[in-house]
Design a protein around this ligand. Sequence first.
Ligand code: ATP
Length: 352
Amino acid sequence: FNECDNLFRTNFCLQVKASPGYPKRVLSGIQPTGSLHLGNYLGAIKKWVHLQDSGDEAFYSIADLHAITVPQDPRNLRTGILEMTASLLACGIDPEKCVLFQQSKVLYHTQLCWVLASFTTMAKLGQQAQLREKREILQELSTALYLYPVLQAADILLYKATHVPVGEDQISHLNLASFIARGFNKRFGDTFPIPHPFINEDSSRRLKSLRNPLSKMSKSDNDPRSRINLCDSPEEILLKCKKAVTDCSSAVEYDPEKRPGISNLLVIHSSLTGKTIDTICQEAAGMETGNYKITMATEIIEVLRPIRERFHELIKEPAYLEDVLETGASRASACARETWQEVSKRIGIDTS
Ligand code: ATP
């Protein structure tokens, strides 16, 4: 394990208390709204692979129902679902070891969301910080955006997930899911384990935009030069690294307060290669920033090569990708059906 993995293991052990009486089960998801970038890989997907490989029961969803809470072009969405599937497989997600599925193919998500929404007040939903952010970007908010955290609660509770790896920005949603689970259990009897979030990234290692090192690297940033995607060609990676914003000093040193640009490049380089930042700085001693960017790009290109090549093989096989999603949906549905039947009995509608 490199430094990053060790940190994750420590956080994991410290922050997660298993719910007594329930088997350990991991659930996480990602929206199919753009290419996976280095931040997604290092902050989330690498950990997903680790969890699946350590033998934990894991459910990973391609969260298309969440994606449509803001406007999407239908053609891009369909392509995005297949591309996300290919990217996850290329990163090492193995459908034999985990359940990888498209959220909308398991109809119980929306059914349970409706039930949970019936017990959740608007006052509770209106408090979500992410709504305030969306309000700044969108002229009008869909009703579904208000329900977003309830759907997320349904995603988790449907599988009786005990462990939910999330980014820092999702913690409030996870707290709401725990609140909803407690409320339901109190009113209708013990049904759901209380899901425990664990933060799957160290905030000092949260990757920043290559164009603005004060904001995070993000799929939805309008400037494609702000992020390195896992499937970028070597030429694109080299160009993006060369154009990454740094400052007028040419020394390669880590000082996130005073020199956020070069420090961000060092974090990216270190997180991806497993070398410590000190080692990289020693190797770059006497080198100017411009030359360091080329060295860094060369190493990134090599580390990403197997993922990139596998992605390009997989994306040529849409039938295989559809098959993976179909199998995943039927395995997820079998588990979700049991919970739904239990819930429907408890609330008195009994759909069995
Ligand atoms: P969007 O711009 O659509 O919100 P995003 O790129 O910010 O997308 P998400 O889909 O919100 O990514 O996040 C998926 C997971 O990837 C998060 O839970 C988080 O753990 C991780 N992640 C996203 N961006 C970063 C980043 N810059 N650094 C580290 N981890 C990140």
